[in-house]
Design a protein around this ligand. Structure first.
Ligand code: PAF
Length: 287
Protein backbone atom coordinates (compact mmCIF):
# COMPACT_ATOMS: atom_id res chain seq x y z
CA UNK A 1 0.00 0.00 0.00
CA UNK A 2 1.29 3.45 -0.93
CA UNK A 3 0.71 6.25 1.59
CA UNK A 4 0.41 9.57 -0.24
CA UNK A 5 0.03 13.04 1.28
CA UNK A 6 0.57 15.43 -1.66
CA UNK A 7 -1.51 15.99 -4.82
CA UNK A 8 1.29 15.47 -7.39
CA UNK A 9 2.27 11.92 -6.34
CA UNK A 10 -1.44 11.10 -6.00
CA UNK A 11 -2.04 12.21 -9.59
CA UNK A 12 0.90 10.05 -10.78
CA UNK A 13 -0.20 6.98 -8.83
CA UNK A 14 -3.80 7.26 -10.04
CA UNK A 15 -2.59 7.79 -13.63
CA UNK A 16 -0.42 4.63 -13.36
CA UNK A 17 -3.46 2.61 -12.23
CA UNK A 18 -5.54 3.97 -15.11
CA UNK A 19 -2.75 3.34 -17.64
CA UNK A 20 -2.63 -0.26 -16.41
CA UNK A 21 -6.36 -0.51 -17.23
CA UNK A 22 -7.47 -0.78 -13.60
CA UNK A 23 -10.92 0.18 -12.35
CA UNK A 24 -10.60 2.40 -9.28
CA UNK A 25 -12.80 2.55 -6.17
CA UNK A 26 -12.72 5.40 -3.66
CA UNK A 27 -13.53 4.89 0.03
CA UNK A 28 -13.66 8.33 1.71
CA UNK A 29 -13.19 8.21 5.50
CA UNK A 30 -12.22 10.38 8.44
CA UNK A 31 -10.10 7.58 9.94
CA UNK A 32 -10.55 5.88 13.34
CA UNK A 33 -11.40 2.92 11.19
CA UNK A 34 -13.58 -0.02 12.25
CA UNK A 35 -15.13 -3.05 10.59
CA UNK A 36 -17.69 -0.82 8.84
CA UNK A 37 -14.92 0.97 6.96
CA UNK A 38 -13.20 -2.31 6.13
CA UNK A 39 -16.49 -3.55 4.65
CA UNK A 40 -16.36 -0.52 2.32
CA UNK A 41 -12.82 -1.42 1.22
CA UNK A 42 -13.85 -5.05 0.66
CA UNK A 43 -16.85 -3.98 -1.41
CA UNK A 44 -14.55 -1.61 -3.32
CA UNK A 45 -12.26 -4.51 -4.16
CA UNK A 46 -15.26 -6.53 -5.40
CA UNK A 47 -16.29 -3.69 -7.70
CA UNK A 48 -12.87 -2.46 -8.85
CA UNK A 49 -9.24 -3.55 -9.24
CA UNK A 50 -7.74 -0.92 -6.95
CA UNK A 51 -9.02 0.92 -3.87
CA UNK A 52 -7.99 4.39 -2.82
CA UNK A 53 -8.99 5.03 0.81
CA UNK A 54 -8.83 8.62 1.99
CA UNK A 55 -8.35 9.63 5.60
CA UNK A 56 -9.10 13.29 6.20
CA UNK A 57 -10.80 14.72 9.29
CA UNK A 58 -12.68 17.40 7.42
CA UNK A 59 -12.95 20.59 9.51
CA UNK A 60 -15.65 22.00 7.21
CA UNK A 61 -18.22 19.44 8.30
CA UNK A 62 -17.89 20.13 12.05
CA UNK A 63 -19.86 22.94 13.70
CA UNK A 64 -18.15 25.38 16.11
CA UNK A 65 -19.27 23.44 19.22
CA UNK A 66 -18.73 19.97 17.78
CA UNK A 67 -16.01 17.37 18.34
CA UNK A 68 -13.39 18.32 15.69
CA UNK A 69 -10.58 18.60 18.26
CA UNK A 70 -11.31 15.36 20.06
CA UNK A 71 -12.36 13.33 16.98
CA UNK A 72 -10.24 10.14 17.27
CA UNK A 73 -7.10 10.22 15.13
CA UNK A 74 -5.02 7.06 14.85
CA UNK A 75 -3.45 7.01 11.42
CA UNK A 76 -0.80 4.39 12.17
CA UNK A 77 -3.35 1.79 13.34
CA UNK A 78 -5.63 2.77 10.44
CA UNK A 79 -2.81 2.25 7.94
CA UNK A 80 -2.18 -1.26 9.30
CA UNK A 81 -5.87 -2.14 8.96
CA UNK A 82 -6.00 -0.77 5.41
CA UNK A 83 -2.84 -2.61 4.40
CA UNK A 84 -4.31 -5.86 5.72
CA UNK A 85 -7.52 -5.18 3.78
CA UNK A 86 -5.50 -4.77 0.55
CA UNK A 87 -6.09 -1.07 0.03
CA UNK A 88 -3.95 0.07 -2.88
CA UNK A 89 -3.42 3.71 -1.89
CA UNK A 90 -3.97 5.55 1.38
CA UNK A 91 -4.61 9.20 0.54
CA UNK A 92 -3.91 11.17 3.72
CA UNK A 93 -3.72 14.87 2.88
CA UNK A 94 -3.29 17.60 5.50
CA UNK A 95 -5.76 20.46 5.93
CA UNK A 96 -3.39 22.79 4.01
CA UNK A 97 -3.52 20.42 1.01
CA UNK A 98 -7.31 20.15 0.93
CA UNK A 99 -8.02 23.75 1.89
CA UNK A 100 -4.99 25.88 0.95
CA UNK A 101 -4.96 29.59 1.77
CA UNK A 102 -7.62 31.36 -0.25
CA UNK A 103 -9.90 28.31 -0.60
CA UNK A 104 -13.29 29.91 -1.21
CA UNK A 105 -15.63 27.28 -2.64
CA UNK A 106 -18.68 25.84 -0.90
CA UNK A 107 -20.80 23.06 -2.39
CA UNK A 108 -24.37 23.17 -1.16
CA UNK A 109 -27.03 20.60 -2.07
CA UNK A 110 -30.38 22.10 -1.18
CA UNK A 111 -33.47 20.13 -0.08
CA UNK A 112 -32.05 16.81 1.01
CA UNK A 113 -29.29 18.59 3.00
CA UNK A 114 -31.63 20.88 4.90
CA UNK A 115 -33.65 18.43 6.99
CA UNK A 116 -32.83 16.04 9.89
CA UNK A 117 -29.05 16.24 10.50
CA UNK A 118 -28.88 19.25 8.19
CA UNK A 119 -31.27 21.12 10.50
CA UNK A 120 -29.52 19.87 13.67
CA UNK A 121 -26.00 20.56 12.31
CA UNK A 122 -26.16 23.68 10.10
CA UNK A 123 -23.48 23.65 7.39
CA UNK A 124 -22.55 20.00 8.02
CA UNK A 125 -23.63 18.69 4.63
CA UNK A 126 -22.07 21.65 2.77
CA UNK A 127 -18.80 20.54 4.37
CA UNK A 128 -19.41 16.93 3.35
CA UNK A 129 -20.41 17.80 -0.23
CA UNK A 130 -17.44 20.14 -0.65
CA UNK A 131 -14.85 17.62 0.51
CA UNK A 132 -16.45 14.66 -1.29
CA UNK A 133 -16.55 16.57 -4.59
CA UNK A 134 -12.89 17.50 -4.13
CA UNK A 135 -11.93 13.88 -3.35
CA UNK A 136 -13.88 12.68 -6.40
CA UNK A 137 -12.01 15.19 -8.55
CA UNK A 138 -8.64 14.20 -7.10
CA UNK A 139 -9.11 10.46 -7.64
CA UNK A 140 -11.67 10.30 -10.51
CA UNK A 141 -12.82 6.86 -9.31
CA UNK A 142 -15.19 4.58 -11.23
CA UNK A 143 -17.10 3.92 -8.02
CA UNK A 144 -17.20 5.61 -4.60
CA UNK A 145 -18.48 3.75 -1.56
CA UNK A 146 -20.36 5.16 1.43
CA UNK A 147 -21.82 3.43 4.47
CA UNK A 148 -25.61 3.31 4.77
CA UNK A 149 -25.31 4.24 8.47
CA UNK A 150 -24.92 7.83 7.21
CA UNK A 151 -28.06 7.48 5.10
CA UNK A 152 -28.61 11.22 4.70
CA UNK A 153 -24.98 11.73 3.65
CA UNK A 154 -25.45 9.03 1.01
CA UNK A 155 -28.63 10.77 -0.21
CA UNK A 156 -26.80 14.13 -0.39
CA UNK A 157 -23.83 12.66 -2.30
CA UNK A 158 -26.17 10.83 -4.71
CA UNK A 159 -28.14 14.06 -5.35
CA UNK A 160 -24.90 15.97 -5.98
CA UNK A 161 -23.55 13.27 -8.33
CA UNK A 162 -26.79 13.27 -10.33
CA UNK A 163 -27.15 17.04 -10.44
CA UNK A 164 -23.54 17.64 -11.51
CA UNK A 165 -23.47 14.67 -13.92
CA UNK A 166 -20.45 13.25 -12.12
CA UNK A 167 -19.03 10.28 -13.98
CA UNK A 168 -18.94 7.99 -10.95
CA UNK A 169 -21.15 5.32 -9.45
CA UNK A 170 -22.15 6.12 -5.87
CA UNK A 171 -22.60 2.84 -3.98
CA UNK A 172 -24.16 2.41 -0.53
CA UNK A 173 -22.88 -0.41 1.67
CA UNK A 174 -25.07 -1.89 4.45
CA UNK A 175 -24.37 -0.81 8.03
CA UNK A 176 -22.07 -3.08 10.02
CA UNK A 177 -23.37 -3.69 13.58
CA UNK A 178 -21.93 -5.21 16.73
CA UNK A 179 -23.33 -8.50 18.04
CA UNK A 180 -26.12 -6.61 19.80
CA UNK A 181 -27.15 -4.51 16.85
CA UNK A 182 -25.40 -1.20 17.59
CA UNK A 183 -24.17 0.40 14.36
CA UNK A 184 -20.37 0.64 14.35
CA UNK A 185 -19.22 4.26 14.48
CA UNK A 186 -15.93 5.98 15.26
CA UNK A 187 -17.90 8.03 17.81
CA UNK A 188 -18.80 4.89 19.81
CA UNK A 189 -15.30 5.37 21.28
CA UNK A 190 -16.76 8.26 23.34
CA UNK A 191 -19.09 5.86 25.23
CA UNK A 192 -18.21 4.22 28.54
CA UNK A 193 -19.41 0.66 29.22
CA UNK A 194 -22.71 1.70 30.78
CA UNK A 195 -23.47 4.19 27.98
CA UNK A 196 -22.57 1.57 25.39
CA UNK A 197 -25.08 -0.84 26.91
CA UNK A 198 -27.78 1.86 26.92
CA UNK A 199 -26.87 3.00 23.39
CA UNK A 200 -27.95 -0.44 22.13
CA UNK A 201 -31.53 0.69 22.76
CA UNK A 202 -31.26 2.79 19.59
CA UNK A 203 -31.34 -0.04 17.01
CA UNK A 204 -33.88 -1.94 19.14
CA UNK A 205 -36.25 1.03 19.35
CA UNK A 206 -35.90 1.63 15.61
CA UNK A 207 -36.46 -2.06 14.83
CA UNK A 208 -39.65 -2.13 16.91
CA UNK A 209 -40.95 1.06 15.28
CA UNK A 210 -40.21 -0.35 11.80
CA UNK A 211 -42.05 -3.58 12.64
CA UNK A 212 -45.07 -1.67 14.01
CA UNK A 213 -45.25 0.66 10.99
CA UNK A 214 -44.76 -2.29 8.63
CA UNK A 215 -47.77 -4.00 10.25
CA UNK A 216 -49.89 -0.95 9.57
CA UNK A 217 -49.90 0.63 13.03
CA UNK A 218 -50.16 4.45 13.05
CA UNK A 219 -46.79 6.05 12.27
CA UNK A 220 -47.12 8.80 14.90
CA UNK A 221 -47.71 6.26 17.68
CA UNK A 222 -44.77 4.08 16.59
CA UNK A 223 -42.43 7.10 16.48
CA UNK A 224 -43.64 8.34 19.88
CA UNK A 225 -43.02 4.88 21.39
CA UNK A 226 -39.45 4.87 19.98
CA UNK A 227 -38.78 8.36 21.37
CA UNK A 228 -40.10 7.28 24.80
CA UNK A 229 -37.84 4.21 24.78
CA UNK A 230 -34.80 6.27 23.88
CA UNK A 231 -35.57 8.83 26.59
CA UNK A 232 -35.98 6.04 29.14
CA UNK A 233 -32.55 4.65 28.14
CA UNK A 234 -31.00 8.07 28.83
CA UNK A 235 -30.65 9.52 25.32
CA UNK A 236 -30.75 13.32 25.64
CA UNK A 237 -31.40 15.22 23.49
CA UNK A 238 -33.24 13.13 20.93
CA UNK A 239 -32.83 15.22 17.77
CA UNK A 240 -35.27 13.20 15.68
CA UNK A 241 -36.91 9.86 15.02
CA UNK A 242 -38.53 10.29 11.65
CA UNK A 243 -40.06 8.29 8.80
CA UNK A 244 -38.85 9.59 5.44
CA UNK A 245 -38.85 8.88 1.73
CA UNK A 246 -35.58 6.95 1.33
CA UNK A 247 -34.36 9.08 -1.57
CA UNK A 248 -35.73 12.60 -1.11
CA UNK A 249 -36.00 12.41 2.71
CA UNK A 250 -39.42 14.07 2.51
CA UNK A 251 -41.55 13.17 5.58
CA UNK A 252 -43.94 10.23 5.19
CA UNK A 253 -47.14 9.70 7.13
CA UNK A 254 -48.20 6.40 5.60
CA UNK A 255 -46.20 3.76 3.73
CA UNK A 256 -46.71 3.83 -0.02
CA UNK A 257 -45.04 2.45 -3.11
CA UNK A 258 -41.77 4.35 -2.68
CA UNK A 259 -39.01 3.00 -0.40
CA UNK A 260 -39.19 4.40 3.13
CA UNK A 261 -36.53 4.76 5.80
CA UNK A 262 -36.75 5.36 9.54
CA UNK A 263 -33.94 7.64 10.71
CA UNK A 264 -32.88 8.74 14.19
CA UNK A 265 -30.24 10.88 15.87
CA UNK A 266 -29.79 11.21 19.62
CA UNK A 267 -27.06 11.91 22.14
CA UNK A 268 -25.79 9.38 24.66
CA UNK A 269 -23.20 10.94 26.97
CA UNK A 270 -20.56 12.57 24.76
CA UNK A 271 -21.61 10.76 21.59
CA UNK A 272 -24.21 11.94 19.12
CA UNK A 273 -25.35 8.69 17.48
CA UNK A 274 -27.30 8.19 14.26
CA UNK A 275 -28.94 5.11 12.83
CA UNK A 276 -31.55 4.17 10.25
CA UNK A 277 -33.46 1.16 8.94
CA UNK A 278 -35.59 0.40 5.89
CA UNK A 279 -39.33 0.17 6.52
CA UNK A 280 -41.35 -2.30 4.49
CA UNK A 281 -44.97 -3.40 4.61
CA UNK A 282 -45.07 -6.83 6.25
CA UNK A 283 -47.32 -9.50 4.74
CA UNK A 284 -50.34 -10.25 7.00
CA UNK A 285 -50.36 -13.81 8.36
CA UNK A 286 -52.54 -16.17 6.35
CA UNK A 287 -52.22 -14.19 3.11
O1 PAF B 1 -18.55 9.61 6.42
C1 PAF B 1 -17.46 10.20 6.64
O2 PAF B 1 -16.56 9.67 7.26
C2 PAF B 1 -17.28 11.62 6.12
O3 PAF B 1 -18.44 12.35 6.22
C3 PAF B 1 -16.70 11.67 4.68
C4 PAF B 1 -17.66 11.04 3.68
C5 PAF B 1 -15.37 10.95 4.65
C6 PAF B 1 -16.48 13.12 4.26
O4 PAF B 1 -15.58 13.75 5.11
Amino acid sequence: MQIIREPAPLRDAVRDLRDAGKRIALVPTMGALHAGHIALVEEGLRRADAVVTSIFVNPKQFGPNEDLDRYPRRERADALLLEKANTTILWAPGVEVMYPDGFATNVSVSGVSEVLDGAARPGHFDGVATVVLKLLNQIRPDVALFGEKDWQQLAVVRRMATDLALDVEIAGVPTVRDDQGLALSSRNAYLDEDELARARTLPRALGEACAAIGKGEPVAGALAAAVARLAEAGFDPIDYVSLRDAETLAPIETLGARPARLLAAARMGNARLIDNLPVTISASPGK
